[in-house]
Design a protein around this ligand. Structure first.
Ligand code: ZN
Ligand code: ZN
Length: 265
């Protein structure tokens, strides 16, 4: 993990430093609450729509078309071990992390009844909305993607990084586990790899791993939103897509390229 933080020397950590998660992301759980979730009319379902790329979200319990959106249902719990499974109903998934710089935050993983609605035919927006704190996308294992900030007013991840577990994730106050950085559990899988599709942002554009043709993607290769357009294995006709980089802002840059759908728990 290439965190460009200046205080990675953790030898002088104070007890306060172990509490940064008290204000991690927890002011923002309602950011997507304006989802028009009452509209469960699936009558617009189009059985001719090819959903195969979304079916790569292997953690999904249901995937269906609703109007101009594809709806993906997940419970949000990671399919890998984590120290944040300690004292939960999934304690069998507990996996210790002995890194000397790691600080377990006080939160523990919870599950959700999450519906992620993303545009079926994503398009470039004229006004690029900022990503909110909270879920800005979904990884193939159903875990949320969060942006590069730890809290309101663009608080950097500087301290929070030390609470990331061995899979680069951690839960916020309500137990929502999420990645701000590369989902290494996915990119280490042979079927995905460091150059594969790892998920989608809420605007429907796909997110790819940190390499392309064996070469690490850098911010210089990407636009302000942290993406670019070309053909991919999943989209042979070409598509705009985000890339994860080892450097800040990691997943998304200056907002959504398209118009975001919603994620509701
Ligand atoms: Zn976080
Ligand atoms: Zn690319």
């Amino acid at each position: 993990m290439n965190c460009s933080t200046s205080n990675e020397d953790d030898s002088n950590v104070t007890p306060q430093d172990q509490d940064p998660i008290a204000n991690d992301d927890d002011t923002n759980d309602d950011d997507t609450s304006n989802d028009d979730d009452s509209n469960d009319d699936n009558s617009d379902d189009d059985n001719t729509v090819d959903l195969s790329v979304y079916q790569k979200i292997y953690a999904a319990t249901d995937i269906y078309v609703d109007g101009d959106f594809v709806v993906i249902e997940v419970d949000g719990t990671p399919d890998h071990g984590s120290p944040y499974y300690q004292d939960t109903q999934w304690s069998s998934r507990y996996e210790a992390y002995d890194d000397k710089d790691f600080h377990l935050n006080p939160n523990r993983i919870a599950s959700f009844d999450r519906k992620v609605r993303i545009p079926l035919n994503p398009e470039k927006a004229t006004n690029h909305q900022a990503t909110s704190l909270g879920t800005m996308g979904i990884a193939l294992n159903g875990v949320s993607f969060y942006n590069q900030y730890a809290g309101p007013n663009n608080q950097p991840l500087t301290d929070e990084i030390f609470s990331f577990d061995q899979y680069n994730g951690h839960p916020q106050k309500s137990g929502e586990y999420h990645y701000h950085l590369e989902p290494v559990h996915l990119t280490s899988q042979d079927s995905i790899g460091t150059d594969g599709l790892v998920g989608f942002l809420l605007d429907g554009f796909p997110v790819y791993g940190p390499k392309e043709n064996g070469v690490a993607v850098t911010n210089d290769d990407l636009d302000d939103y942290h993406g670019h357009s070309h053909a991919t294995e999943d989209y042979p006709d070409g598509i705009y897509h985000y890339h994860i980089t080892a450097e800040d802002p990691y997943i998304n840059g200056n907002g959504y390229y398209g118009t975001p759908g919603t994620s509701t728990n």
